[in-house]
Design a protein around this ligand. Structure first.
Ligand SMILES: CC(C)(COP(=O)(O)OP(=O)(O)OC[C@H]1O[C@@H](n2cnc3c(N)ncnc32)[C@H](O)[C@@H]1OP(=O)(O)O)[C@@H](O)C(=O)NCCC(=O)NCCS
Length: 145
């Protein structure tokens, strides 16, 4: 998908995503979480656009020495054609001001784990019952040299 652009998210982008957030992107997070990230000065939100249509987005929260991926999601009709990789590449680029980039991923979310392994993330541990008090999560980190 060479004509996909990765851009900073704007409030207009949020307005486009909000009504279709759960139906077209993800039923795990809420749009209100995304709005909070957009308003957080320690976070960075990006979108993937194909012909001006939003086909994915991701959020990164900066702590003291680590950047934490709080969400990365691709539109359900556009998955497995490289957009998640483009978003992750941009997050990694942004995170390089810190020592590492980290995320939690459900132990059941094998596709996402494959994406992170592809970019060199290592599985560093487990958070028990991290999702809805039920599913465990792997903690995956990529350290920068
Ligand atoms: C995880 C997610 C962001 C990946 O985005 P994507 O655009 O589909 O990812 P890509 O097309 O760039 O694929 C990257 C790698 O992920 C793996 N992958 C993604 N989808 C896959 C599928 N349907 N089957 C097998 N492997 C898959 C592959 O290893 C792939 O690399 P490859 O194409 O070289 O084999 C997307 O599936 C998604 O939005 N899922 C729902 C939200 C979510 O789970 N987010 C992660 C939270 S931790």
């Amino acid at each position: 998908m060479c004509n996909v652009q990765i851009l900073d998210m704007t409030l207009n982008d949020f307005d486009e995503i909000e009504p279709i957030y759960n139906s077209d992107f993800d039923d795990f997070w809420k749009a209100s979480n995304l709005k909070s990230e957009l308003e957080n000065k320690n976070s960075k939100c990006i979108v993937a656009k194909l012909d001006n249509k939003i086909v994915g987005f991701a959020t990164l929260w900066f702590s003291v020495d680590d950047a934490h991926i709080t969400n990365i999601v691709v539109h359900k009709n556009y998955r497995h054609c490289g957009i998640g990789s483009l978003l992750l590449e941009r997050l990694i680029e942004l995170a390089k001001v810190k020592a590492s980039i980290t995320l939690e991923v459900s132990i059941k979310n094998v596709y996402a784990q494959k994406l992170y392994f592809k970019y060199g993330f290592k599985n560093l541990g487990i958070r028990k019952k991290y999702y809805h008090g039920a599913d465990d999560a792997f903690i995956m980190t990529l350290f920068f040299e």
